[in-house]
Design a protein around this ligand. Structure first.
Ligand code: FES
Length: 152
């Protein structure tokens, strides 16, 4: 943890200091400030709150909102709704996973991309579709995907 991370974590812990039973909001707030919950951060929270590490892990692994890995600079959402599925979304997804050497839900080693497979993105007429951050890319082909990724 950097000094900056420690300061941000302390700030949240201070805020909840005299309030028992606030593990979830504590974790949510710290994740918002740091982007994810590292092993070190969890140990630190445990030391400060006297909540056992195992209990914190229990909560963090139960709720999907919590991330134990850092998130990439760019978030790719690959649509796997019905229209995209029919339009060969699996091939598009495989191209992305191969190009970036990443698994669904994973982040590239250089932290440039995180990849999620999601349900309908609401632009089915453009199937197959993906989003990178807020930008929609439609009528994708493997070649088009490679070109788009190269732009980032
Ligand atoms: S199914 Fe992919 S955008 Fe709707």
């Amino acid at each position: 943890m950097t000094d900056n991370d420690l300061a941000k974590t302390d700030e949240v812990l201070e805020q909840y200091k005299d309030r028992a039973g606030n593990l979830i909001p504590i974790l949510q707030n710290i994740q918002t400030k740091l982007g994810y919950l590292s092993k070190e951060t969890i140990k630190y929270i445990s030391t400060k709150t006297k909540i056992p590490v195992s209990e914190i892990y229990g909560v963090v692994t139960f709720y999907t909102q919590f991330r134990l890995q850092p998130i990439g600079k760019n978030i790719i959402r690959i649509c796997h709704g019905t229209a995209c599925h029919v339009a060969n979304a699996s091939k598009i997804a495989d191209t992305i996973f191969e190009e970036l050497n990443v698994k669904p839900g994973g982040t590239t080693e250089d932290l440039k991309f995180s990849v999620e497979v999601v349900a309908c993105l609401g632009c089915c007429s453009l199937a197959p579709v993906m989003m990178i951050n807020d930008k929609v890319y439609g009528r994708l082909t493997s070649e088009k995907v490679k070109k788009i990724l190269a732009e980032y």
